[in-house]
Write a protein that binds this ligand. Sequence first.
Ligand code: UGA
Length: 435
Amino acid sequence: MNICVLGVGYVGLTTAAVFADLGNEVICIDIDEVKLENLKQGIMPIYEPGLKEIVLRNIAEERLLFTTDTAKGVANSEVIFICVGTPPKESGETDLSQIESAAKNIAKSLNSYKIIVNKSTVPVGTGDFVRRTIEEHREAEVNFDVVSNPEFLREGSAIQDTFEPDRVVIGAPNKKVALKLLELYAALERPMLITDVYSAEMIKYASNSFLAMKISFANAIAQLCEGVGADVTVVTKGMGADQRIGKQFLNAGIGFGGSCFPKDVESLIHTSGSFGYDFKMLKEVMAVNRSMVPHIMTRIDELVGDLNGKIIGILGLAFKPNTDDIRESKAIDLIKELLDKGATIKAYDPQAMELTQEVLPTIEYCSSPYEVAEHADAIVLATEWREFKALNMERIRNSMKTPIMLDGRNFYNPDDKTRLGFTYYGVGRGVFKPQ
Ligand code: UGA
């Protein structure tokens, strides 16, 4: 099938690469010429495992094309995916300006019937907005349909998630359009759900908000566990063993970040408000999430004392492992709090240091976790990169000023650390003294 993808961001690039790999002809359109030139040279705009290989393979096999020419992409395609950014406004409402400009550009280039698919995360009703915008701006009386096809990929596992989604949701205005999209996705051999457009738009926000709620629930339980002397990792394991609850997204820690959960929960709160429903439950999800960095700051305060002049080492800066993305990263929030209290920060992340330097230019960036540990009064693990699992902890302990470890992701075993002489703190597990 001939496909056009508008917007070469996380979702757009991954979607385009995967559809091309399945044998479709894909034209990617973006306004950023430098980004497109880099892509042609194999320089990816984001770090995502496996992405570069698949992009390069499909460029070489001439199934993946990058251009700034919207007219060319639209004219040559049956299906047009809108994958542009939908950032939040100050109020939590979603900014649809990029969607609007994509719709206007499509309108100007419409030359024959097209299926226009919204893959960007957009509030309910955006399908109607896209339809109206195209109707108002099209230059020829050409027919088109607008579909909602939300994306559920996660950063860090985007390629695998796109090849093997739990479900493909197709919110279509009629059966004919639904069948066309089913045909496009058939090669994945995954469960597909055909819905109306509004329901598909809601599924995306309801799913992300529910997952965020699971994390905040685990984090609220974690704070209680510390009070009562329970271990949250054991509690959530016990909860997750019930299939009705499920074990995923119950890891307590310093909270959720990234470009999706915080923005999408706020957006759903905003949408609910505009329909007269005060979604207090989701407001509390955000409040619990905001409370996690102050919570760990209290523990740092108890274990390290006055932070003025103290050296705190930070392991991990990205909002999660396997990405260089630092948007809404809790590690960054934590560092800002520590700097405010007068601490000196040494940090290491396998991928995210370059981007972090732009927002935190004054902290010390290290070449390894071992350099982070040198003379540190405490270390905080903020992102659970796999390479932090099997570090030489004796070496780390010996080079620290005081062997205090705060585990913001419950990544380590407390007994292993205390046996080596660390004072260890885990979120929802409490403080463990050296044995
Ligand atoms: C999330 C969803 O998981 C995807 O399904 C969705 O497509 C995507 O948003 C989106 O809307 O585009 P993503 O933000 O890439 O994906 O990352 P997640 O793996 O969901 O993690 C989000 C945050 O939650 C991270 O900061 C992570 O550390 C945190 N988290 C996750 C926890 O604190 N505990 C958990 O148990 C799981």
